[in-house]
Design a protein around this ligand. Structure first.
Ligand code: ZN
Length: 305
């Protein structure tokens, strides 16, 4: 199984969709699982265009309840129902979403072959909202016009790598290996302790993906998102609109890049561009002047890390 993460941009625009930039929607593929992060109107079309197979989709994370981040949900769920989807859809969001969606789902999406399970979170608190064998997802409270959370996807610490020659040299039985992979020492029949560091090598580092949209420039998040392999940060405006960004609780590209620089991100991905820009070259340049490892999103872009 590949340990690579894949981020597919299904919508790189903001409030008003344009023909080449739909509203916010992002698919994260990790450890053979598929997570949808925000679900703007039109995401289904981009999912077709990017040949994204949604049959494995199980969890949807909604950052906040603005239309451009969640209006695609009913359409998506209706389509999943028609295409024989069987995996339950678990929606993680602010609590109000359940009451907003439920009447529409009851009316439009009857006889689904799967359940819709709502997992409300408190957008003002840092919480662990998903955990399985390999991954953990935490919320990251942001500052926007309505309660908003970013999400931190982290791989759990991995097992140590066995050194085959040493395992053979000490004649270690197979049943002992799971414990040694977890860092345990080996005790021989004579009672000699063979330290784990003689038997194993360090595991490959755990990956971290951080998603921050939408938010005012918020330097205090830096300590929570340090060393991300990939940081997605909204960059709705160019620097000349810095006051508008502040007024509407959004960020500029330069501010996004500052967060990436100060949090020691390996890669910055910017998106959620305002529809006022016919092209975003200026925005990209502003971000790159602070953080050269910046990728500007466009619909359909796939990023591996
Ligand atoms: Zn918003």
């Amino acid at each position: 199984m590949s340990n690579q993460f894949k981020l597919t941009i299904l919508g790189s625009g903001s409030a008003l969709p344009k023909k080449d930039r739909f509203q916010s929607a992002h698919l994260l593929e990790a450890h053979n699982k598929l997570f949808l992060i925000d679900c703007g109107e039109g995401m289904q079309i981009k999912a077709f265009q990017t040949k994204s197979n949604l049959s494995r989709l199980g969890h949807i994370f909604i950052s906040h309840l603005h239309a451009d981040h969640c209006l695609g949900l009913v359409g998506l769920i209706s389509s999943l129902g028609m295409t024989g989807h069987r995996t339950n859809i678990e929606i993680h969001s602010a609590p109000e979403l359940e009451n907003l969606l439920k009447p529409q789902l009851d009316f439009f999406c009857q006889d689904l072959g799967f359940d819709i399970i709502f997992h409300p979170f408190n957008p003002r608190k840092k919480e662990i909202i998903f955990e399985d064998r390999t991954l953990i997802v935490k919320t990251l409270p942001l500052k926007h016009r309505v309660p908003t959370c970013g999400f931190i996807f982290e791989e759990k610490p991995k097992e140590r790598h066995l050194i085959p020659e040493m395992i053979e040299a000490f004649n270690i039985p197979i049943k002992e290996l799971p414990l040694i992979k977890k860092g345990g020492d080996f005790i021989t029949e004579d009672g000699e302790i063979i330290e784990n560091k003689k038997l194993t090598r360090d595991p490959s580092p755990s990956k971290k993906f951080v998603y921050c949209s939408d938010t005012l420039f918020l330097p205090k998040i830096v300590s929570d998102i340090e060393n991300a392999d990939c940081l997605f940060h909204e960059a709705t405006f160019s620097e000349e609109e810095v006051l508008r960004a502040k007024k509407t609780y959004h960020s500029t590209a330069k501010q996004a890049a500052t967060i990436a620089l100060n949090s020691n991100a390996k890669k910055l991905v910017i998106g959620h561009f305002s529809s006022r820009y016919p092209n975003i070259e200026k925005i990209i340049d502003e971000a790159k002047s602070v953080f050269p490892e910046t990728i500007a999103t466009k619909d359909g872009l796939q990023i591996y890390f």
